[in-house]
Ligand binder design. Sequence first.
Ligand code: G6P
Length: 541
Amino acid sequence: MITTVATTPFDGQKPGTSGLRKKVRVFQQANYAENFIQSVFDVAERAPASTLVIGGDGRFHNRTVIARAIRMAAANGYARVLVGQGGILSTPAASHVIRKYGASGGLILSASHNPGGPDEDFGIKYNIANGGPAPEAVTEAIHARTQTIDRWLMVDGGEDVDLDCLGTSQVGDMVVEVIDPVADYADLMEELFDFDAIRTAAGHGLSVAFDAMHAVTGPYAHEILERRLGFPAGTVHNGTPLEDFGEHHPDPNLVHARVLYDLMMSPDAPALGAASDGDRNLIIGKGVFITPSDSLAMLAADAHLAPAYAGGLKGIARSMPTSAAADRVAEALGIPLWETPTGWKFFGTLLDAGKATICGEESAGTGSDHVREKDGLWAVLLWLNILAVTGKPVMQIAAEHWARFGRNYYARHDYEAIATDKAGALMAALEASLGALPGQSFGPLTVSAADQFAYTDPVDGSESRNQGVRVMFACGSRIVFRLSGTGTEGATLRVYLERYEGPDGRLAEETPAMLADLVAAAEAIAGIAAHTGRTAPDVVT
Ligand code: G6P
């Protein structure tokens, strides 16, 4: 029986963001998750009797929302729901399942790298039929619907689907299939990469430490690295997904994967250290951290060593704040480089149109046209494929890359939980000063240009404005200022610092020393201390 529940509009999702991300307590309010899910169902493009994919990262509240979403999907005319066993589907695996089974879309329950638990964060986002995050036109429509919604629908009665039990059951007129969350994804990886070469190298001493951060990627890593590729048991650390991620942030960066970093800088380091929460990834070689921007560039340069990319790349896409390291690779390969606003959704049109094959972001997302999401294990497997085929250590691959293309020293400084009005005032003052910046000098750095990044999608013509302030210097260095779109507490100011050294330049220096002038210039240009009272960033990645 279908029940119609009366509700009132809510002010949840920020317009322009790909989903709803809030504290669990907010999601636990009556009608809250339901309003968002119903808004999705009300506006999503879908043929009658479509398939919907549902899965999440296993964080606290996952099962509760999945049970409700299944009942709502049944009441909203879906013919079939595919849900990962235990409510688990990593974001890239969900993207693959949507594509493989021709679903009209999917609900992905994750707050990405934000912490989990009763007092932490939860999130829901909607992905469309290409497997990627809903584009802005769709998220705007969902947001508009949340402003007028007055009812949501669910099928009443009967037991909730047993998410732990593989197989098929019925909810109202809808079929629910609980699927193995790992199998389809692992099969796809086996098609893309040279598993034989990696297996052989593993047998000859290629070693890896993979930190799954107690996040959703653990079961995937156990299956692929330890079972299919033959790396020894224990290769995957923190491999059991926990509702609170063991009280850590499932954010693969130098702060939250510190133990891995320390291992990789020690004499006991394996050949490759990697961390992933599912979609993001961190790559560390023995004695050398590879920035996400460099990882994108190095993977693009050597991708032809993996079977799926042996025919070459159609193009490379990166978000604007990501360093220009990949630009030089694209130039050398004679392929286009696309600079998009922050957010994976901007890569979707380029991948769909065959304009790009590989894409990445400074925020530790890397991926390709095999799915429409960033994919942490994919990046790790491409690195392993390259290490296996070349037989070179990461350090040598990096050194040779920099000697050929030059090196983009890079860091991101985050100022977290700033009062929203103060962050807004800082950005407003910065924008007002843009016209006067060119020609000004800050220590040895002279501004050559400054602007607010705007983007016109080359495929669908959609426009995105105010995507971050760029200050370019005559020497090729750059500072970008932008407010995070993903924080749940106040505002987070991100300052992205980049300094380029050509192939004949200083290629083996420590990053902080190389960026010191840029840090001083950022303070002088934006007045961070005056606006926020902060004299140092909370997080440096
Ligand atoms: C999410 C998106 C990424 C994006 C990141 C930026 O993870 O999926 O595509 O790069 O957020 O976050 P920010 O907090 O900088 O807006």
